[in-house]
Design a protein around this ligand. Structure first.
Ligand code: APR
Ligand code: PHB
Length: 388
């Protein structure tokens, strides 16, 4: 087989890149290790920056998002019995956020791809990129016991943190920066109306709590737990009781509980690899970087990478210039590190970091300072809605 761009991984990064290329008639194939149903069954992020919304519009997968997505103009911030609000739209000259699940974006992209007739190979086993430093880049995979080979101009490694693309690069060509936080998030998804029509970030002396949503009838809640916490030790009742305990009383009283559609524990990690280009292979999304979810940046970074890579590939196929391709890594990493910094800062500000009361005192001082300073609020708001 032959194609222009072989895309490894069919999450949001891979599917969006495929869609943008397909719209411009640039031939591509997606190789995904799991089944379509499995990919659509994963519960993931769901808070989109204005620029992500704009890119999804450009990709022509915006109709359902615009019908069903919830526009947000601010978020709430609770600490030490205080209830505050960051009006980020007002503070950023009109930028909004949109709540629309990553799973829904992936579904819209899959539907568009099916309509376009482009090839996606699901349940592709042993996907392996070859010769991306040489003159004959290609990807091999196995399906139904047979080995196949795809010759291509470029390989896009969009296969997430545990994927094969980054692992295929020799250690001498890559630098990895990593920090694992000593806590995780216990999340619960339930078919109940959200406790607030805006996202709530809650600082509590026993640990952080987050109230979010996927729609007007579907809520997503999280509480900070120790890194070695076992999911089987958490009944739904225990989760709801602990969430209520961390929220201000008047909010806890309004909380509507219901059966969990999903409950899971996710570790928190910061990770960046440099560079993001290795000859004719380019990494995008979680394959190249992970941020802790506190600032809701992971999906937005993946979308920006896919768009940046698409722009560079389009320029190459239209003009023959490799300038944008050669700049890909530097262009992405500039934004990635700023998002890594913001996500680390938000995480450090809200979570219980240790039993040392010094940490809590400094956090409360910073939260109080943020609420008393328009400059600090503006800095928080402009990072939250996404830097240009
Ligand atoms: N071969 C083929 N596909 C693979 C392989 C492999 N060896 N390894 C992983 N994959 C697939 C996974 O099954 C998954 O569908 O690659 C896809 C990667 O998708 P995501 O993990 O969703 O990563 P990405 O597209 O970069 O999106 C980032 O996901 O975790 C969130 O916070 C993150 O919201 C962000 C988004
Ligand atoms: C979510 O809805 O899953 C969510 C919202 C805000 C965050 C992180 C996750 O900061």
């Amino acid at each position: 087989m032959k194609t222009k761009v072989a895309i490894i991984g069919g999450g949001p990064a891979g599917h969006l890149l495929g869609q943008l290329l397909q719209n411009q008639g640039i031939d591509n194939i997606i190789l995904e290790a799991k089944s379509k149903e499995y990919v659509l069954g994963r519960i993931r992020a769901g808070v989109l920056e204005q620029s992500t919304v704009d890119i999804l519009r450009e990709a022509r997968v915006h109709e359902r998002m615009e019908r069903e997505g919830l526009i947000h103009e601010g978020f709430k911030l609770f600490f030490k019995g205080r209830s505050e609000r960051i009006p980020f739209k007002e503070l950023t000259g009109g930028k909004i956020m949109m709540v629309y699940g990553q799973t829904e974006i992936t579904r819209d992209l899959m539907d568009a791809r099916e309509t376009s007739g482009a090839t996606t190979i699901y349940e592709a086993e042993n996907v392996t990129p070859h010769d991306f430093h040489g003159g004959s880049p290609r990807v091999t995979y196995e399906k139904n016991g047979e080995t196949h080979e795809i010759h291509c101009d470029f390989i896009a490694g969009c296969d997430g943190f545990h994927g094969v693309s980054r692992r295929s690069v020799g250690a001498e060509n890559i630098t990895e920066y990593e920090y694992a936080y000593p806590f995780g998030w216990l999340g619960l998804l339930a078919e109940v109306p959200p406790v607030s029509d805006e996202i709530i970030y809650c600082h509590h002396e026993d640990g952080y709590a987050l109230c979010s949503m996927r729609s007007k009838n579907r809520s997503r809640y999280y509480i900070q737990v120790p890194i070695d916490e076992k999911l089987e030790d958490w009944s739904e009742e225990r989760f709801w009781a602990e969430l209520k305990r961390r929220l201000p009383t008047e909010v806890a009283q309004r909380l509507i509980t219901g059966p969990a559609l999903e409950m899971s524990i996710a570790p928190l990690r910061s990770f960046v690899c440099e560079p993001m280009q290795f000859g004719s292979m380019f990494l995008a999304g979680d394959a190249a970087h992970i941020v802790p979810p506190t600032g809701a940046k992971g999906l937005n970074l993946a979308v920006c990478d896919a768009k940046t890579l698409f722009d560079a590939l389009e320029d190459f196929y239209q003009t023959g210039s490799r300038t944008k391709l050669n700049d890909y890594s530097a262009t992405c990493l500039d934004r990635v590190w700023k998002a890594a910094r913001f996500s680390w800062w938000m995480t450090t500000l809200f979570h219980k970091l240790s039993d040392n009361p010094f940490h809590r005192k400094v956090q409360l001082a910073e939260l109080e300072y943020t609420m008393s300073s328009m400059a600090a609020q503006a800095a928080l708001a402009e990072n939250f809605v996404g830097l240009d």
